[in-house]
Design a protein around this ligand. Structure first.
Ligand code: FES
Ligand SMILES: [Fe+2]
Length: 335
């Protein structure tokens, strides 16, 4: 069996979001991905991403300013182009710029209202395909960043975890009467996993409105490594779709970019309701998840116990382990 590759090496080859597009204005923005400190700024043609430390004396380039020449460091005014090369040293005009006066630069792209970065020279896979976000048919609303002390893989597993709904989410939408998880199918694909279940979600009684059970169809769709899309289709209401993309800060911590698409007709009421209820639901998850050990996502199945009810997170983990091994994700599972 091939060796497990390091976490940083494995996931550096993929696109990860590092900011919402609206966060990057005319000022440079600091970001972190896979133990690497980055600075982002807007050029005339797109988004530039480089290491955050100036090559001259290690100043923080995110405290600098964006100029027509490039990103200018606030300490001595050196300016860097989008390729990370220093293009201007104000203290030495007319003198060749040292070849080592450069910072590493990385690929960046903007899509779905997010800025995505790949630390490797060539991405191993494309961005997730979510065409509904680009055809004008839905509106979206985003939550603030979720900065949690848990691995990105464990975060995705909890999004996929069917058996926890009736326990962890009591009081929000969990139904304590429905603890058994009926058998369900999981589709394994080269780029992710998919599943569909029906869950009798329980809306608690609020303000005199009685509690109500609604059989909600949940459609799970993960794109490796850490992008989950989860559609909620109640019988009595419009569908809404949650997008949770866990961006790995390190092997044990992540920043999740979390947003939702919904029918534009709901524009007046839905966004505020979604943000409030989703923050309550996610706080229930955070309290459990940050207590889980090890924080890192296991690269085997030996240290934990698995049941058929855990099938979807287990199949997801199989794919992640395959990536760590440098194997195709739909290859036979390692035991
Ligand atoms: S430390 Fe950045 S220009 Fe000197
Ligand atoms: Fe949850």
């Amino acid at each position: 069996m091939s060796a497990v590759r390091s976490y940083v090496e494995t996931f550096s080859a993929y696109w990860h979001p590092v900011a919402f597009s609206r966060e990057l204005t005319e000022r440079p923005l600091a970001a972190r991905l896979l133990e690497t400190d980055l600075v982002l700024w807007r050029t005339g043609t797109g988004v530039a991403v480089t290491h955050r430390r100036c090559a001259h004396r290690g100043a923080d380039l995110s405290a600098g300013e964006v100029t027509p020449d490039g990103l200018r460091c606030g300490f001595h005014g050196w300016a860097y182009g989008a390729d990370g090369r220093c293009v201007h040293v104000p203290s030495q005009p007319g003198v060749p710029i040292p070849a080592r006066a450069r910072v590493s630069s990385f690929r960046a792209t903007e899509r779905y209202g997010l800025i995505w970065v790949c630390l490797a020279p060539e991405p191993a896979a494309p961005l997730p395909e979510w065409p509904e976000l680009e055809d004008g048919s839905v509106a979206t609303v985003a939550l603030p960043h979720l900065d949690w002390e848990v691995s990105a893989g464990r975060m995705v597993e909890v999004v996929l975890d069917v058996a926890h709904l009736s326990w962890v989410h009591r009081g929000t939408f969990g139904n304590p009467e429905q603890q058994e998880v009926p058998p369900y199918e999981v589709e394994r694909r080269p780029d992710g996993v998919r599943a569909r279940i029906v869950y009798p979600a329980l809306s608690p009684a609020v303000d005199g409105v009685p509690a109500r059970v609604d059989r909600t169809t949940l459609t799970y769709d993960v794109t490796y490594p850490f992008a989950a899309r989860l559609a909620f289709k109640p019988t009595l209401f419009y569908v809404h779709t949650v997008y949770a993309i866990a961006s790995p800060l390190s092997e044990e911590s992540m920043r999740c970019f979390y947003f939702c698409s919904y029918h534009p007709r709901l524009q007046n009421h839905f966004p505020a309701m979604f943000v409030k209820s989703e923050l309550a639901i996610l706080e229930q998850d955070r309290r459990v998840l940050e207590g889980v050990r090890p924080r890192a996502h296991p690269v085997d199945f030996a240290g934990e116990v698995h049941t058929p009810a855990d099938r979807l997170p287990v199949e997801y983990r199989r794919g992640i382990i395959a990536l760590r091994m440098g194997a195709p994700v739909d290859a036979p599972a390692p035991d």
